[in-house]
Design a protein around this ligand. Structure first.
Ligand code: ZN
Length: 159
């Protein structure tokens, strides 16, 4: 079965940066399950997987525009230190709820006695991404999965 819109696809992947450093991998974990055509994954990877079949391996290089977007200096904001709980150090990352019900990762870039500067760019914004991918499984999505726009069951949403 080929990867087309509305298929559930399971992939094993390793993500590296320009220096060959491993940033993320499914090695040692369950494969990543996603619903093709539903923007569950970054556009560059979704496009590269279209038409592939179970067992196929591919190497993909994805520019920031098709990955996590360019890095923007405007996505920094300064908040009073009192708004953040506990100890705060440069380089710390934490999750903040985004405007669209999604989750954003913010990174602390500067700390003074009074204020904390947060960078709300995705940690991989501006990065060229190098993926090694193996397609493990391709199956039809259920109607419920299509309605929800994500995968259910093992490797997906449990609800
Ligand atoms: Zn659901």
């Amino acid at each position: 079965m080929q990867v087309t819109d509305n298929k559930v696809v399971a992939i094993d992947y390793t993500l590296k940066d320009d220096d060959g450093q491993v940033l993320d991998t499914s090695d040692g974990r369950e494969p990543l399950y996603y619903l093709h055509g539903a923007q569950n994954i970054i556009p560059g990877l979704e496009n590269a997987l279209t038409g592939k079949s179970s067992g196929d391996t591919l190497q993909v290089t994805i520019p920031p525009e098709e990955g996590y977007g360019p890095r923007s200096d405007e996505m920094q904001q300064t908040v009073p230190r009192s708004e953040l709980p506990g100890e705060v150090e440069v380089g710390m990352r934490f999750h903040a709820s985004g405007g669209h019900g999604g989750d954003t990762v913010v990174t602390v870039v500067e700390v003074t006695d009074e204020e904390v500067t947060l960078d709300t760019n995705h940690p991989l914004a501006g990065a060229t991404l190098h993926f090694d991918v193996t397609v493990r499984e391709v199956r039809d999505a259920s109607q419920e999965e299509l309605d929800h726009g994500h995968v259910h069951g093992p490797g997906g949403h449990e609800h």
